[in-house]
Design a protein around this ligand. Structure first.
Ligand code: ZN
Length: 110
């Protein structure tokens, strides 16, 4: 039988009594494709070729620069997965990034 525990409060999650919630977080560098496309309207074939050529150069550069690095983390991409109990799930969806309620933003008089 599998046992789960909440990754936030470490409480064991009894899957028969509680609902186990899974949080998946993907972090990756955004590639701004739109800026590449906007300069090449009317010539899709050429745009494709340019794009492939640029990609090829990029890959070659990466291969050279990254030769003696561990590539697994070099692009900044991360994939994380957490199990949450119901109480922590509710807190998480209200404040996914765990930001402290604001000393800097005092809107309490609203
Ligand atoms: Zn919890």
């Amino acid at each position: 039988m599998l046992h789960y525990s909440c990754d936030v409060c470490k409480r064991p999650i009894d899957v028969h009594a509680d609902v186990r919630h899974v949080v998946k977080i993907e972090v990756f560098p955004a590639v701004e494709e739109a800026s590449l496309d906007s300069c090449c309207h009317g010539d899709p074939a050429g745009a494709e070729a340019d794009h492939l050529e640029a990609m090829q150069e990029l890959l070659e550069q990466m291969a050279e620069n990254g030769a003696d690095h561990d590539l697994s983390g070099d692009d900044g991409a991360r994939s994380m997965r957490f199990d949450l109990c119901d109480a922590c799930r509710q807190r998480f969806v209200k404040n996914p990034l765990g930001m402290k309620p604001g000393k800097h933003f005092d809107f309490s008089n609203n």
